[in-house]
Design a protein. Sequence first.
Length: 391
Amino acid sequence: MGKLIGTDPNQVPANASLGTMAFQDYDVVAPLLMGGRRNIFINGDFNIAQRGTSLTSSSGGYKLDRWTSYIGEGTWTVSQDDDVPPGGYSKSMKWLVSTADSTPSTATHVSTRVEGQDLQGAGWGTTGAKPLILSFWVKSNAATRHNVEMDMYHPDDSFEVASPHYQINEIDTWEFKTIVIPPTSQGFRNTNTSGLLINIFISCGGQFHAPGQTEDPSDYVGFWAPSNTFTNGQRGFGVSGIVKNLNTYVKWAGMQLEVDYSGTGKPTPFEHRSYGEELALCQRYYQQVNYASSDTHNWYASGIVYDGDDAFCLYPSPVQLRALPTVTTSQGNFTLRCGGTTHTNFTMQDVRTTGSSQYTFHFDNSGGLTTGDAAMAMVPTNHYVYIDAEL
């Protein structure tokens, strides 16, 4: 029988009607008592893919929403996948070696960042500090080790590092992994900047396989270490160079980071959120305006011509962005229709906001505009506008 909770204070009655006093096992009751917003990660179910559901690249950057990467070797195809473990999941994130590298020299890792202000519930740096629990499903056709490097940022912008690991024990099989993350004596910085960075090293070679490296960073006493403690050889310790083999894959599902309120070190069931809710959380960091082939008027912002070469257009964001975004377009220059004439030579001068979800885009061109004309920013055929406020 597991730990009991409640009025004892170690127990809680399942029902107390007519004097009946039955007690439930803690492991059964705890998930029922824990409400929503347990999962600190965003898009841990990998349902949101604003940039595309399948991307092939030899360089890093964001792929599925909120999941970025460093690719130092080979070419990888990152995609949403329908192969999922039990538990109500509909998508997993798949990394597939699409161009092998026989002599990898660096590393490839999958990463996500969490705002510091979203980690305050753990109480790190206080007497009530609680551990974090990282849990997820993983599947691969390579039985190897993955190192989970963590950077934890303090209010003074210094940081500590840790590098626990997990092992793929059986190929082509979904395995559930749990990592308990103990608190440090200092808290997370309480800002909208990165408070925690997690890098999952999935393939390493060269400098990350330093000859004679025998020190496993997972064995570091106290879990957390001062910044720059670990060499590249330690960061890649034990991680195979799976990029050497074409069609090697790794998949993840149900990525969850939560506060260990129970003190058991056991994760609660994955928090499934609605698609609309998860999309809105992702749009705080990134939004992509796509060309719609069925609509010849792909407007995304409207405003007025201010003078002969400047126009200001209001963009009604679906949510407030984390910070003032960087706005770019696949076209190179922006297209605006001003006073009945389409101009394709605008640049983005700056972005302004009143602090709400309304953003003013300041466009500039070489001249020829009429003050007071209406201005409409549009997405040309087969192009996109990228609104980026990522960490």
